[in-house]
Design a protein around this ligand. Structure first.
Ligand code: ATP
Length: 291
């Protein structure tokens, strides 16, 4: 993913005079980030995800910067005239993979999700959980730049749920973005860079909380920004402290568990920050040096 996917002043309502489900939504989804969307039932989470996935168009406002996108819908149409293997191979070729590569990728993804045993069973005969594995595999198959997951964990068994969490981490580590809705608040807890709550048609943003204990391992990142620039706000939420060591050069102290997020945020900022050094914080020396 090369740049942010942006929603500018986006509104969506159904029907000519229907009530606005979303209105005045501004949102930027940055490369390499994980975004959670939450909110009570019927507030517009799926509507937002369909807009992000490009399956629906805004009634007003603009969406720009669309990357190669894959989507797992809340309800997957499972009664398709294919076997899982045939369906995934077919989709793979539509995504531009050669038949051989698509066949191999289909087999690998079905295997990862524990669905190899029914790879050649007609999809109409699959249980809900088994179809859900196909729904998830079809989205991951072509390594999308943006992955949009609407309750994608629902119906999966424990091993497949873990595998999907792993696949999400792989996507963001590869520089892709993932946006998800899930009814379980423990899903990927602590991992999202940003969480949005849909309320009264608008998005309320909650920046990532620092969950590492105050006395846990910490890392010092020295980084230079553009002239007069402040560290990106997305990175600030994860910081223990930020000191301007020299004009434009910041010394950012961050829990070790959050250092990858901060580094990614700095490197993908527009314009990007230059990371000068990264080293573990020696808390004893650090305290001494402040005396
Ligand atoms: N295709 C549609 N036509 C008409 N109204 C719709 C359509 N899709 C959604 N809505 C309405 O838009 C509102 C938001 O629905 P949406 O499915 O986006 O909410 P949600 O937060 O995802 O809900 P849930 O948590 O129950 O899945 C609801 O009032 C719903 O009835």
């Amino acid at each position: 993913m090369q740049r942010d996917l942006r929603l500018d002043n986006v509104g969506r309502r159904y029907g000519f005079r229907g009530p606005w489900v979303l209105r005045g939504v501004h949102l930027a989804v940055a490369p390499g980030t994980l975004t959670r969307v939450e909110g009570p039932n019927g507030t517009g989470k799926s509507t937002l995800l369909r807009l992000l996935a490009g399956l629906d168009a805004p009634t007003e406002g603009r969406i720009t910067g669309r990357p190669r996108t894959a989507y797992v819908p809340e309800r997957f149409p499972s009664a398709l005239p294919f076997t899982p293997h045939g369906y995934l191979t077919h989709l793979g070729t539509i995504h531009g993979l050669s038949h051989r590569t698509a066949t191999r990728a289909a087999g690998e993804w079905l295997d990862r999700f524990g669905a190899a045993a029914y790879a050649r069973t007609p999809m109409a005969q699959l249980s809900k959980g088994s179809s859900q594995k196909v729904a998830v595999a079809q989205a991951l198959l072509a390594e999308p730049e943006l992955l949009v997951l609407d309750e994608a964990w629902t119906g999966l068994d424990a091993a497949a749920r873990t595998e999907l969490e792993r696949a999400v981490a792989e996507r963001t580590a590869a520089g892709g973005a993932v946006v998800f809705v899930d009814h379980d608040p423990r899903r990927l807890a602590g991992a999202p860079d940003t969480t949005y709550t849909v309320r009264d048609g608008a998005l309320e943003r909650r920046t990532r909380e620092t969950t590492a204990p105050a006395d846990g391992p910490q890392v010092v990142v020295e980084a230079q920004g553009p002239q007069g620039g402040q560290p990106p706000t997305d990175a600030m939420g994860a910081l223990v402290s930020a000191e301007e060591a020299a004009p434009g050069t910041y010394r950012l102290t961050v829990p070790a568990s959050h250092s990858d997020i901060v580094l990614r945020t700095l490197l993908t900022a527009r314009p990007p920050w230059h990371v000068v050094s990264v080293h573990p914080l020696d808390s004893r020396l650090d305290k001494d040096s402040r005396r």
